[in-house]
Design a protein around this ligand. Sequence first.
Ligand code: FE2
Length: 427
Amino acid sequence: MTDRGNGYETIFTLEATPLKYGPGASKEVGWELKRMGVGRVMLISDPGVVKANITGRIVELIEAEGIQVEVWDRSRVEPTADSFQAAADFAVEGDFDGFVAVGGGSSIDTAKVADLIATHGGEIMDYVNPPVGGGKKPPSPLKPLLAIPTTAGTGAEATTVAILDIPDQRVKTGISHAYMRPARGIVDPLLTMSMPSEVTSSCGLDVVCHAAESYLTKPYDARPKAKSPDDRPPYGGANPIADMWSAKALEYGGKYLRRAVADGEDVEARGAMMLGASLAGIGFGSAGVHIPHACAYPIAGLKHEWQPPGYPEDHPFVPHGWSVIVTAPASFRFTYDAMPERHHEVAELLAGEKINNPNENTLPEILIQLMKDVGAPKGVRELGYDESDIDDLVEGAMKQQRLLVGTPKDVTEDDLANILRESMENW
Ligand SMILES: [Fe+2]
């Protein structure tokens, strides 16, 4: 925390969604909404969560407090501008005074966008990050959104972004602004008990990457000073407060993810991963993520051929956490020399013990062991790509400049090509 002068940033921000956490916490949804002052809400969910009878129970709890609720249950696993638009149309027409999301990251992201358009109007693409969209900023806070995650991964309840797939440009990108952060969250591990082990694996590895990338991102005070508070990006760089959240999430990921995957009924492990997802969400929501997430967008967006085991079979796709983790070992081998000590710290947090004589391969090896133990794909090739796709993947990753600026050292197209080549098979 030094003022380097010469135009470097001296300020960082840590904002967090107020969270209520614990087994059974979702039973208090009506009470929470009441004190948020809403009388008529749109509840955004998806067919799987409805089928698991989670949505229905939440609706009853809300109605029991005398709050009107209308359900829109068509969120899809990989939201597109069209699926966001359908939710936004429903939101505009319904004239709601609040929103509730019940589901995984895609339902929560869909709710953020429905809320944005219902509050401020305009076209979705106007708000999407440049260069894909117009980068317009919402002029004032949105209507209150209460997020209730049913997976332990994205941390979407704690973040300021909504991610969408743009099929005709073969790219995934997002809308990112502080006002997109949900007003409150309820994190109830009992809601994740029905998650298949593959979903637990992918979501949990996403948590680990959020925490590791944010811990290993370029520090806020090594970045150019924002011209105005409005220009300071939500992902501001590593800072002492974000470190605390990310460190705890790394510790939980290393200690509990294997158990949550092996035994879905392990409430302690489920609870720790659910809490870990929120902790990491707060950490990376402040510091940001970089290369593995930048590469994950084209890996998920370029080809839609892989049918992931354990997921609904309505369309082939690469689950987000797996699309991220496959390039993490090579990414952190590449970033190692920018901050060796911090790479050692991440390795030790994940391992839960002191590591003697660590080197650039220590963290990658710990990640690879974790991937093997939780049944993650071996690498980018298993997801349907080969060396002839590297140029396209690099081009897609380079579009994620919002994330790549967080890399702790300069990263070129050649560097990304090398990382992707090394990531074809991690073992
Ligand atoms: Fe992620």
